[in-house]
Write a protein of this length. Sequence first.
Length: 340
Amino acid sequence: MYKFFLKPLLFLFDPEWVHYRVFALLKLVNRIPGMPLLIRAYYQVNDQRLERKLFGLTFPNPVGLAAGFDKDAKLFHELSNFGFGFIEIGTLTPKPQPGNPKKRLFRLPEDQGLINRLGFNNEGVTSAIERLKKNRGVLIGGNIGKNKITANEDAVSDYIQCFEALFPYVDYFVVNVSSPNTPNLRALQDKEPLTHLLQTLKDLNLKKESPKPILLKIAPDLTEEQLTDIIDIITTVKIDGVIATNTTLSREGLKSNSKTEVGGLSGKPVKDRSTAVIRFLAENSNQAFPIIGVGGIHHPEDALEKIAAGATLVQLYTGFIYEGPSIVKRINKRLLKEVR
């Protein structure tokens, strides 16, 4: 029903406007007595064979929702009803910020992609915490970043603020230095500043009574030399894993008219590059750390491809928008066939 009725209707309107209208609708629907139970009964695949034990956590299944969809932790309960094994909120910054001027989100239907230049628009970490306090068992990742007005030399303090504030309310952390929509943010992926940032967070984490997993989210546009540096940093600092990958700046092979828009490209066009990065990291590190694969997963075969390349878990974003909520169920059912 989604692909043949709802999606054509939703795609008639501005994508960011639709996003928030759908949020409001899902909130409303889930307030109807019995409706959450019906949604879970239809979409969730509950089977112990889907469980993944990673970073000291137990994921009910390996299919998660990537950061950026529920930036402010407003809908994680409702979204989890669609069968996700985990929900990643954010990117959150210490202070609220409006992000870049609108229009800033563009569909590329001919390419099954999206371009966004949202710019870490969020209500700030404190606002999200108030909603996370009401979490009833959803496994949550906290994706953290820096405010736009914070200079790179002061960026570590922003990550520390988010880390300390969110620590009691999330199950793992993701350090986002790979969004192309905050000026100079990707410069933090360079070896020296990235090592300093991750080591600082690692040291803070080790002082906690029960440390939380820390992962790094990287761009798909890194060279092999830069990816080798990433491997070296992760194995030296001993953080817990990588999320590969964020959006790309590449526009190679696009057909859509919106391809000239500035911002990060996600969806099908980034699929192969994301998988290549996963494979490079896995092979050249000798699988020394877990990888969460994200980028261009629109069908179960795409998820299997990421897993075959070296990912342990996968995440959806653009594929969830183009394929609808049934994609989570379809991936999990396909994974069960693989373990028979």
